[in-house]
Design a protein. Sequence first.
Length: 234
Amino acid sequence: MNETIPKNILEQVTAIEGCEGIMFTGSRQQGTATKESDWDFYVLLEDDQKSFRKTWVLEGIFIEVFCNTLDSINTNELVTTKISNPALRMLATGYIALDKKGRLKEIQDHARQIYEAGPPVLTDEDKGHIGYMLRNIIDDLNSLDKLSVLGYHLQNTALVTAIESFYKFERKWMAKPRYIEDDIQQIDQKWADLFFRANTITGKEKGEAIIGLITSLATNYDIPLTGEVFQVRA
């Protein structure tokens, strides 16, 4: 832990109804914070509570708290199916400030196992579905005669899908949005250059750049863009 939690902040978080455990997370816990950074916490709630997210301001600084029950954590956070899973990272790397029953420590141990193992290896069926999805995205982008609100939405969705696919192929958990560009550069500089261009230009050229990004992705990982899903025998 890189910063000591101020007593008044810890008292307010502890006072949340049904609080069983508190994990200190985010940039202040990791030592990368600025003076304006939020104080981030993950709260384990008693089983009879409902999950929620709470934010308030104390002395000009935001306090952000994610509150979940054990059942909700097991169902939604301790999973390998979400390539973008900030909560898993919080649970695996956070500092336990309160743990009344020892269950938060058990949660963290499980989270670390999942986080350190990385996303699952893609099967041929997984790759087939990704290739099919990427082919459809290319066709949709090529069909745009002029950009409308729907067109801009399609471009943004296509870019996010390409990024998620990249992380799945690399078997790495997706970085936080503000760190994605730097993270991709460390993994694959050439693909990072394509991503940077697709992410910064606008108009129809953006769609063409995203198609180039997807095509490069398919080439790098030997994924056919035929529009057909691999046949999987029962």
